[in-house]
Design a binder for this molecule. Structure first.
Ligand code: MOS
Length: 770
């Protein structure tokens, strides 16, 4: 292998063996973990009503009439809520740009998309509500020029000022057009990617309860409990500010947060970006307000297609200009992303483009086209997942054109500094990732000629791609309290979507306090707790971990101050600055020590409790900060049917310090599997005549199953990123999928000579281009 590759230790079986298992894992496997649909609000004081949503069967035009008489006559039905009798809501701010910020439910007769909520049938049981949910709706004629696909809505594309979470939609470095025109080697490819949905096993669900004091308690699986509480507070007129100037102000303004609205987020059955700020958040509270009783609403699987977000359709043109040696002179990335009714979110397709390779001239140009659908939103590795498919496919085409090894092409354009800012990287172990994954898959042993490899009668190909995920840190607050029994309680309103948050944050708390894991308890998922930020963008471990680390330092300081002043302590009179906590014992440099519990027990009524807020600058840094990785893949293709099998998929990733190798490995494997689905299967079909999501069920919405996932491996490269942040943690969740689709498409090209530029890489597309 290339001798330039330095060696960095990878996380191996020993670390996996020693890592703590998920703290909630035992409950989960025994069926004792409660998800929203499993529980009743303890304060509800009686049985719960159940609501079922009735959705539109037309995308545009107006509702002329809703006939609820038949439903109201059915057994157990309490109420049918429509725009005619629903309480009026105030406009809300969705901090994550979701549909609800522009479109409140059940407020008027205007149709915006197929599957829009038009009525809620509220009954005493789910069976009664379902039976009665046959409300008759009549519509005006639909508008003639509706657009449900980018092909139909091409003319609506407009330059996007902001994309994703507020990043600039337009980036220009140097003179990209001129540099491209002058480059001796050019690649110009256009890519399309289909819409697809999250398919979290647990659909969106919400339970609302108006308290006798006029407060509102809402329980729902969400990635942003405080954000949802702000929406509820605004919508129902709890006197919160109408407009909030951004996340930072919101985090800092938390003292003014209206405590009459409480959001509790239980364990989630997956979310992947799809669970926060959604329309259904307001539906159960609307119904409960009218009935005066607690109401629970769970979407049907079909309703998750229109009442939850999804990844919108994209079109991308990538132009590469290079010299004869493959050194990139120009990289131009033009993207059009579909958006929908109400939402502000634009898929940040080119988020990574100006940060990937050492290119002097770069253009990133985003456009958005508003279609007559529900709004697309955040979905696992927003932007980078689809953007990297295009850019890394184009690089593969350039490597082929130059007769260069695709890996060698990446190394020739390796970015030693962050290309768009010129900043040094806080750390970057991408060469180590390339090396580890290439060795593991046997890259050097392949026959690089196109279509030259066969095994058992099938065409075989190898492909690779670069992976990357920007490291971000969100504002968050944590409170750490030491109790007289020597145990610590860590409180932050973080969210457990299945990613392992509870375990990772408890570990960080235990380590920061010098206590065993069993002595630390994490309180999470409730807006009665300190602001926990939003669990998006692979940021939770860093975001909440940073706040916990700081609060733990403050509480230890207070503890040390107390013991050195305490005549009953063996540490009395020593220097507080020199103390540490090791294995639950406060320890001086000379070895004198006392158990934390013993020191605390002498002051049982005087709790030590400290709060810290971190991330106010969103992790702004003098360094470029990102996690890096690479996927290498081997595919086989049936020469006749063009069936594609991913035979092996190896990803190697470096993301700073790994808090828990077990949960991280699971995240990465999940990302790799997601990448296989993204490449080969996942696609939500919309009817171009009606705007209806057609495969709105888990039978026809294809995702990888065991037969689609052969041999996958996630290699974790350890790296020191304490210069990026004292915790040393980067984001490591979504990166598994970034680049995977390109690696598979590139392997397909190697196997067949077919360069497919449209995701998913379906058999019918391969048969046409043969
Ligand atoms: Mo993730 S799509 O940022 O929840």
């Amino acid at each position: 292998m290339n001798p330039e590759f330095p060696t960095i230790p990878a996380v191996g079986p020993a670390q996996l063996h020693d890592a703590p298992c998920r703290l909630e894992g035992r409950d989960k496997v025994r069926g004792q973990a409660a998800y929203l649909d499993d529980f009743h609000h303890p304060a509800a004081g009686g049985p719960l009503d159940v609501a079922v949503a009735v959705t539109s069967t037309q995308a545009t035009g107006r509702v002329l009439a809703i006939d609820a008489a038949a439903a109201l006559a059915m057994p157990g039905v309490r109420l049918v809520v429509t725009h005619e009798n629903a309480p009026r809501l105030h406009q809300v701010t969705s901090l994550t740009g979701t549909e609800i910020g522009g479109l409140l439910p059940l407020q008027d007769d205007q149709l915006h998309y197929y599957g829009q909520c038009l009525a809620l049938v509220v009954a005493d049981t789910l069976a009664h509500a379902r039976a009665a949910a046959q409300v008759q709706v009549s519509y005006s004629a639909p508008v003639p020029d509706a657009a449900f696909t980018l092909a139909q809505g091409q003319a609506r594309a407009k330059d996007a000022k902001k994309v994703g979470g507020g990043d600039p939609g337009q980036v220009q470095i140097g003179h990209p057009a001129a540099a491209y025109a002058a480059a001796p080697q050019q690649v110009d490819l256009t890519f399309t990617t289909s819409p697809h949905h999250h398919h979290a096993l647990e659909p969106g669900a919400v339970l609302a309860h108006w308290t006798t004091e006029g407060g509102l308690t809402v329980q729902l699986p969400t990635q942003f409990s405080y954000g949802d509480a702000l929406i509820l507070g605004q919508a129902f007129g709890f006197g919160l500010r109408e407009r909030l100037p951004g996340f930072a102000a919101e985090a800092l303004g938390i003292s003014g947060f209206n405590r009459k609205v409480r959001v509790i987020s239980p364990l989630m059955g997956g979310s992947f970006g799809g669970k926060n700020g959604n329309t259904y958040l307001l539906l159960a509270p609307l119904a409960a307000k009218l009935t005066g009783r607690p109401v629970r609403l769970a979407l049907t699987r079909a309703q998750t297609f229109s009442l939850m977000p999804f990844r919108g359709e994209t079109q991308q043109r990538v132009r590469l200009g290079a010299d004869a040696n493959g050194r990139l002179q120009a990289l131009l990335h033009d993207a059009v992303a579909a958006t929908g009714a109400g939402g502000e979110f634009v898929e940040p397709v080119g988020e990574l483009t100006a940060k990937l390779y050492a290119v002097p001239n770069i253009l990133v140009h985003h456009q958005a086209a508003v279609l007559d659908t529900n709004a697309p939103g955040w979905m696992r590795a927003p932007g980078s997942c689809v953007g990297q498919f295009a850019v890394e496919s184009a690089l593969d085409a350039l490597a082929h054109q130059l007769g260069l090894d695709p890996l060698e092409l990446r190394l020739r354009n390796y970015a030693d500094r962050e290309p768009d800012t010129g900043k040094e990287w806080s750390s970057k172990s991408l060469t180590q990732c390339y090396q580890a994954a290439a060795e593991r898959i046997g890259w050097a042993g392949r026959d690089p000629r196109i279509g030259a490899m066969r095994e058992d009668g099938r065409l075989v190909g190898y492909g690779m791609a670069t992976s990357m995920y920007l490291t971000k840190q969100m504002p968050a607050t944590a409170r750490v309290t030491l109790h007289p029994d020597g145990r610590a309680v860590v409180q932050t309103a973080a969210h457990e979507m299945g990613q392992g948050m509870i375990t990772a944050l408890t570990q960080i708390g235990a380590e920061a306090l010098g206590l065993p894991l069993a002595a630390v308890h994490l309180d999470w998922g409730d807006t009665l707790l300190p602001y926990g930020g939003m669990s998006v963008g692979s940021t939770t471990t860093l975001t909440n971990g940073a706040a916990i680390l700081e609060a733990a330092e403050l509480v230890k300081k207070a503890l040390f101050k107390r013991v050195v002043a305490d005549k009953a302590s063996p540490l009395h009179g020593l220097s507080a600055q020199a103390l540490t906590v090791v294995d639950g014992r406060i320890t001086a440099p000379d070895g004198t020590n006392e158990a934390v519990g013993a020191a605390l027990a002498r002051h049982p009524t005087d709790l030590l409790s400290k709060e810290a807020t971190t991330g106010r600058t969103f992790g702004r840094s003098d360094y470029g900060r990102a996690a890096f990785g690479a996927q290498f893949v081997k595919v086989s293709v049936d020469p006749d049917t063009r069936h594609v099998q991913v035979e092996r998929l190896v990803g190697a990733f470096a993301a700073g310090r790994i808090i828990n190798p077990l949960t991280v490995r699971s995240q990465l494997l999940g990302g790799l599997v997601w990448g296989i689905g993204h490449a080969l299967l996942e696609e939500s079909h919309i009817d171009p005549r009606t705007g209806r999501w057609m495969n709105d069920n888990l039978a026809e919405a294809l995702v990888p199953t065991h037969a689609d996932v052969a041999d996958i491996e996630a290699i974790i490269i350890e790296e020191d990123d304490t210069r990026g942040h004292p915790l040393g943690v980067k984001g490591l969740a979504e990166i598994g999928s970034v680049g995977t689709a390109a690696a598979i498409a590139n392997a397909l090209f190697h196997a067949t000579g077919q360069r497919l530029t449209s995701l998913p890489l379906r058999i019918d597309k391969l048969l046409v281009g043969r």
